[in-house]
Design a protein around this ligand. Sequence first.
Ligand SMILES: Nc1ccn([C@@H]2O[C@@H]3COP(=O)(O)O[C@H]3[C@H]2O)c(=O)n1
Ligand SMILES: [Zn+2]
Ligand SMILES: [Zn+2]
Length: 245
Amino acid sequence: MTVQLQMLGTGDAHATNYYNNNGLLLSPGYNLMIDCGTTAPLALEAAGRSFREVDAVLITHTHSDHAGGLPELARLTHAGSGRKMTLLAAGPLLESLRESYRKSLTGKSASPRSLDEAFEVTPLEPATPHTLSAEVTLELISTPHIRGKDSYSLLLNGDIFYSADMIFQPEFLLKLVRRQGVRKIFHECQLTGPATIHTALSDLLTLPQDVRSLISLMHYSDQKPEFEGKTAEMIFMEQHVVYPL
Ligand SMILES: Nc1ccn([C@@H]2O[C@@H]3COP(=O)(O)O[C@H]3[C@H]2O)c(=O)n1
Ligand SMILES: [Zn+2]
Ligand SMILES: [Zn+2]
């Protein structure tokens, strides 16, 4: 299967050396942007890509490093091609996304005046596999991040897990690998300190070796270079590199 993942950025919300942790799932005839943080429009260009190559954008949750770039993406697509890009998200996120979009509008802007004018807004039912193209199926999995804030991780093609920001879920990760046959895990990673709303590197290091060996780390801070060689079998994803899945 010729599906690839290119991270537009691999940084956390405060990183200055890395763009926001947003991805581009690349497949023949269908490219999906995974999250669209504030830096995503710039990061697309830095990665040598164009919004014109993106068929749809999926939002995992409504923090600015995951959804803050939607107004600029809307402006670009509206001005650059006139087309409406598809926006995919779980239903419970839509009200918040619509409100954030409204708040981003300024009086003079020529941007579309609402999220629905800007995008073909398409709610996705969680816990249900959705066929997005001949080579891409996607299931949203509700995972805990911040109390009261819905957040959805992704199961791609049934055997690849991509975490939204999430509190460490060891039993869940073990189940994915041992019972559901997940063969790759892209996991967010807080490098220092105890993690309360994210998953710490120290948490991931407690997983069994066979699970660690499937994990690629993303959503990290500027301290990443200090942690090279300290992640056991887990590898750091590098932004803009294209990884086969
Ligand atoms: N000092 C902090 C700590 C956190 N935050 C926000 O909380 C979010 C947690 O999820 P995230 O997607 O990593 O983005 C973080 C910041 O938006 C913040 O804005 N300032
Ligand atoms: Zn984040
Ligand atoms: Zn978050």
